[in-house]
Design a binder for this molecule. Structure first.
Ligand SMILES: Cc1ncc(COP(=O)(O)O)c(C=O)c1O
Length: 417
């Protein structure tokens, strides 16, 4: 067996990963007769007991509909729900909870913004995205472009998987209306330098949306610092429940945008002659919201806040470093995405092996990774591959798990070589 000791010097940190793992009950199970090694956190992360308990307690002790003011349970539910909104406001450093809209996730948040900005677009206008976007930050814009006659224009990426800044500069022009860009690539792990891009866009009056789906599990965004007009993310990748996500938007823009869906809650007054809209953020929250899920997301953020962020980030960095060091132990393995600034995400191919076979064979060893196009087909086309295998680490992963992954890859490679 190939020696794994090349990485034995990987940095040790003050982060007590074993204690943290005890907070995630799902991790301590066997899958296919082997201890689970969960390395598919980019697709969806696991939930700490704090989240499970908060949602359980919500349903046991305070569930009712919100904002009805009819009775005590309703008041409790409303307080928990709006408390979670304040937790999210604080997490992204928004100026006001009026700027925090609950959505079903990143995808719905981008669709909401695209629809809300459609009235501002006309034929010939341009929407800049990048070649490394998730489909969620391409297709809604294409749909709006189809309706308005605007055009979706991709910023190129370099072979290393970084944004090509020359391409960005050359594409900015008087027709550019919107810049919609991912903070972190779900395939490459690249952390994009969004702040300077936003600054340039702002100088030209271009509206900016940042897709933070893959950023927030690894670092806290500061929307006021970034200066973006919109920032979106999903709870389930941030160790919270599925079914809820967040749209941060600047209040003035949200005020100007038309509602996304009609129904209860989003109205001020309804009549057959004239219906008027509720104030922010409720104008964009038609129908009964995902109350328990909001509470769960608030609990996830509180849980993250209870950890030492610096130590957590150092631990994640150590995981990626170790994985990078071990690549040479698997003949024919090649990393796709070698940007200088990365979160712990590693896409790769192994010569002679199909990504889906790598995934299936690892699963037999209890190791969960993601394979396929990762909802980023344009990026797959750029690299000339049908798909990749992708490992995405979270702070609860261990160096031992990295070793197990590579032992598994070595086995698979030998089997097929
Ligand atoms: C960068 C990025 N954007 C958007 C999405 C879509 O998120 P959701 O499916 O939670 O709406 C994902 C999901 O993988 C993603 O990685």
């Amino acid at each position: 067996m190939t020696d794994l000791s090349v990485a034995n010097s990987a940095s040790t940190t003050a982060f007590d990963v074993e204690a943290v793992r005890r907070d995630f009950p799902i991790l301590s199970q066997q899958v296919n007769g082997k201890p689970l090694v969960y390395l598919d956190n980019g697709a969806s992360a696991q939930k700490p007991v704090a989240v499970l308990d908060a949602m359980d307690r919500y349903y046991r002790e305070m569930h009712s509909n919100v904002h009805r003011g009819a009775h005590t349970l309703g008041d409790r539910a409303t307080a928990a729900f709006e408390g979670a909104r304040e937790t999210v406001r604080n997490f992204v450093n928004a100026a006001s909870t009026r700027e925090i809209i609950w959505t079903r996730g990143t995808t719905e948040a981008i669709n909401l913004v695209a629809n809300g900005l459609a009235p501002r677009l006309k034929a010939g206008d341009e929407i800049l995205v990048s070649h490394m976007e998730h489909h969620a930050n391409i297709v809604p814009w294409q749909m709006i472009a189809e309706r308005t006659g605007a055009k979706v224009v991709p910023i190129q990426v370099t072979p290393e998987g970084e944004l090509d800044l020359d391409s960005f500069n050359s594409l900015l022009n008087d027709r550019t209306r919107i810049l919609a860009i991912t903070h972190v690539s779900n395939v490459l792990g690249t952390v994009n330098p969004v702040a300077p891009l936003i600054e340039q866009a702002k100088k030209r009056g271009i509206l900016t949306l940042v897709d933070g789906a893959q950023a927030v599990p690894h670092f806290k965004p500061d929307v006021q610092d970034l200066g973006c007009d919109f920032y979106v993310f999903s709870s389930h990748k941030l160790f919270g429940p599925t079914g809820i996500g967040v749209l941060y938007g600047k209040a003035q823009l949200l005020e100007e945008m038309p509602p996304y869906q009609g129904g209860g809650e989003m109205i001020e007054r309804v009549s057959f002659e004239r219906t008027t809209w509720n104030v922010l953020p409720y104008k964009f929250e038609a129908g009964t919201p995902a109350i328990a899920e909001a509470v769960g997301l608030g609990a996830a953020i509180d849980y993250l806040d209870s950890l030492d962020r610096g130590a957590m980030e150092a631990a994640e960095k150590a995981l990626l470093e170790r994985a990078n060091q071990l690549v040479e132990t698997v003949p024919g393995m090649e990393i796709i995405g070698t940007a200088a600034n990365k979160v712990p995400v590693m896409s790769f191919k192994i010569a002679g092996l199909h990504p889906s076979d790598i995934g299936t064979l690892l699963d037999q060893q209890g190791i969960a990774i993601r394979t396929g196009h990762h909802c980023a087909m344009p990026l797959m086309d750029f690299y000339g591959v049908p798909g990749t295998a992708r490992v995405s680490f979270a702070f609860y992963n261990t160096l031992d798990e990295v070793d197990k992954l590579f032992t598994g890859l070595q086995k698979i490679q030998r089997l097929f070589a």
